[in-house]
Design a protein around this ligand. Sequence first.
Ligand SMILES: Cc1cc2nc3c(=O)[nH]c(=O)nc-3n(C[C@H](O)[C@H](O)[C@H](O)COP(=O)(O)OP(=O)(O)OC[C@H]3O[C@@H](n4cnc5c(N)ncnc54)[C@H](O)[C@@H]3O)c2cc1C
Length: 397
Amino acid sequence: MAEKSPIIISGGGIGGMAAAMVLAKDGHAVTVLEQATEFGEIGAGIQLGPNIFKMFEYLGLTDVINKVVFFPEGLGMNDVRTGEKVIRVPLGDVARAVYGFPYGVIYRADLHQVFLDACRALPNATLRTNARVESYEQSADGVRVHLAGGEVVEGQALIAADGMWSKIREAVVGDGKPRVSGHIAYRAVLKREDVSEHLWSNDVTLWGGEKTHLVHYPLRRGELFNMVAVFHSNKYDEGWNTFGDTTELNERFAEACPQVKELLAKIETWKMWVLCDREPVKNWTDRRVTLLGDAAHPMLQYLAQGAGQAIEDAVVLREALRFTKGDIQDAFQKYQKARYLRTGRVQLTARFYGDIYHASGVQRELRNLMFQGGKESAGFAGLKWMYDGIEPSKLFQ
Ligand SMILES: Cc1cc2nc3c(=O)[nH]c(=O)nc-3n(C[C@H](O)[C@H](O)[C@H](O)COP(=O)(O)OP(=O)(O)OC[C@H]3O[C@@H](n4cnc5c(N)ncnc54)[C@H](O)[C@@H]3O)c2cc1C
């Protein structure tokens, strides 16, 4: 099989589309196989740390992202029961001064669209929907990817960006189902006019408390208001983008302060996610097949980094392919080696931050003491390694 056959990417979410864009821009033929009937993203917001804006700058996307991103004024934590402030870190100038890049929030569909539009403009990117990848086989010089329905797609390599329940991961890593954390997220997006002035904030605000928290922030240019309510639950079913039970939500937030209750009451229909992650692994590559994004390193959302880490993955893959001059197997090994400790650290630290947000008793007091004891930027202090980001051009020398 000629080396010019396409690099196949299974999954056209944020990770898959980011990989498709960066590789196609570098001249590789890529074929994205997405199981859904159309490309798209769920209607919810995500946060993007300075490390991701560094990647946007590196990829020449800063201007197009800036058109759809919202730059919150601060990042704050309040006590969910008493309403008292725990910490507030000003963003904007502070994030830029400390990390060189801003902190932003974006509608998922807008971020996905940026990558999708870029791919559609590239003749060497083939984007297919209704293409569910079931399995693969490989030889010394290529892969054969089997789709539901029997079709076989051939290529020089397979990058599996098929998310938390990746089919390909089963074959490459074989570590069973994701770990159900016991935490559940309810998400909803409101229009600006549906949020009264006393509830509106231009910050990313987290109301933390025992086994619960609520996060909210504006989206787009302040046209929308994103809310994510998280609580511990003994529901252990797998759930992704299904409808939530408001009775359970209200029970879990029964002790919350009036402002939080008022916000929660704004929503009639929530979408629900049972939150899962996995233990970090260091080998997610099988010769011409590798994993990217949640397929490689699924993490809890407490550091708001899952999509961002998928974008970093895509950039590192490109650098590895450049460095090895297109030697796929060598590039995939180099990519994995450059990524597994950083992404593993985010996976494990995210669990710890879940405990911090949901603290009670002495743990809560200690958290408040630690957060309140430092300078304004102290809330970021333990995460400098993460927000500093990566230096793509220095990775492989
Ligand atoms: C409540 C919540 C809040 C979050 N907040 C943030 C945040 O603030 N910031 C942040 O960076 N991240 C956040 N995340 C994490 C982020 O959503 C994920 O890390 C990110 O979506 C991973 O992207 P991905 O492309 O790897 O996987 P996915 O988004 O899961 O995309 C996988 C794609 O593959 C397709 N697919 C699956 N199986 C197959 C198959 N067999 N064949 C073909 N296609 C297939 C799917 O249809 C999908 O399109 C949050 C997650 C949750 C649950």
